[in-house]
Design a protein around this ligand. Sequence first.
Ligand SMILES: *Cc1c(COP(=O)(O)O)cnc(C)c1O
Length: 411
Amino acid sequence: MTQWTLDKIQKLDAEDIFAAKRDEFFLPEGLIYLDGNSLGALPRAVAKRLQEVTEKEWGGSLIAGWNVHSWIDLPSRVGDMLAGLIGADPGEVVLAESTSINLFKALTAALQAGPKRGTILTEEGNFPTDLYVLDAIARHSGGAVKIKRVAAAALEENLTDEVAILCLTHSNFKTSRKHNMAALTKAAKEVGALTVWDLSHSAGAMPVDLNGCGVDYAVGCGYKYLNSGPGGPGYIFVAKRHQDKLDPVLAGWMGHIRPFDFSGDYEPADGILRQLTGTPDVMGAAALEAALGVFDNVDMAALYRKAQALGDLFLDLVLESCPELELGCPRNADDRGSQVTLKHAHGYAIIQAVIAKGLVGDFRSPDVLRFGFAPLYNSYTDVWNAAAILAEVMDERVWETPDFQARKKVT
Ligand SMILES: *Cc1c(COP(=O)(O)O)cnc(C)c1O
């Protein structure tokens, strides 16, 4: 029997050092939002900043905004802020495009910088876009590159001297399983391979120490735990030691050393700036800048401990009250990211049914129910109430209602 009571839960909220952060976000009344792993909630500072950027900066300054409001420096300025959250140095991170495109840039860069070998090693069950980008690189390589997908447990034994690049996502989007970045990066180095890490499910949710681990390249997205808004820009990290040797495959004018010379010949910018391609998304970058302000003075180790505690509490409650739901993530919190995963053949309908009762999680085909914990705005009471809603939907088989079976375009 679970030892949890509402009294104990409320005591945890009363003692929570992040409790006051919740007020920095807009959260609809009566909604329990456990989907910050997919789209982070809106920070009040972002709403305010976006209004200022549109009405005052764009509306008021028009084209002059590039200079007077320093829009042109946003990708590197916000990149430097983000660097502090992921264990990078200033000048190692820029905002650009989407995670998918940055992954392509990182992989094609690593293929140039790395040993002349043909294999890129990755995990089966990696995020689809990561697998698609990898496979497309192999298909277009004229046979020079081959992708090897193996189970997470078999990664180390497959790190042989045929591997040029180890490409992994830090915390898996379905199973939440977290890789040991330090150990795997070290093992890759020992065989002379470079590493490309995707931080989409870890940046903003847990401590990440790219330079402490000796990582070569990394990418990630801004709209999940970093709360920059739907479709906001992604980012790319290139370790200082690699930056000036690279000849970008996606050479664009914003990555030119003097874009406003309008020269017909490409000459790469110094350092991380050559990772830029086209005109930056000013709204998206401004949103991320404001969103990162919420992380000022946040101890990421403490934040991750709260995420783990929320996840553990949810599993304690749900695994006891909902025997039909199967565990789909590690039970040990140190092996997980910031979300927990459950499995059920009717997962889609169950998620629709809990959403109708005010609990937002999401579904990943074929049978995965995901609940993400964002410690800056999720409380222990949220988790208690979420578990009660899920139990009610399972007990009363609410999900069998035909309305909940119809698939929407986005799940
Ligand atoms: C969310 C996510 C992406 C998203 O890529 P976009 O190009 O921003 O759509 C990529 N990789 C992983 C691992 C993700 O979790």
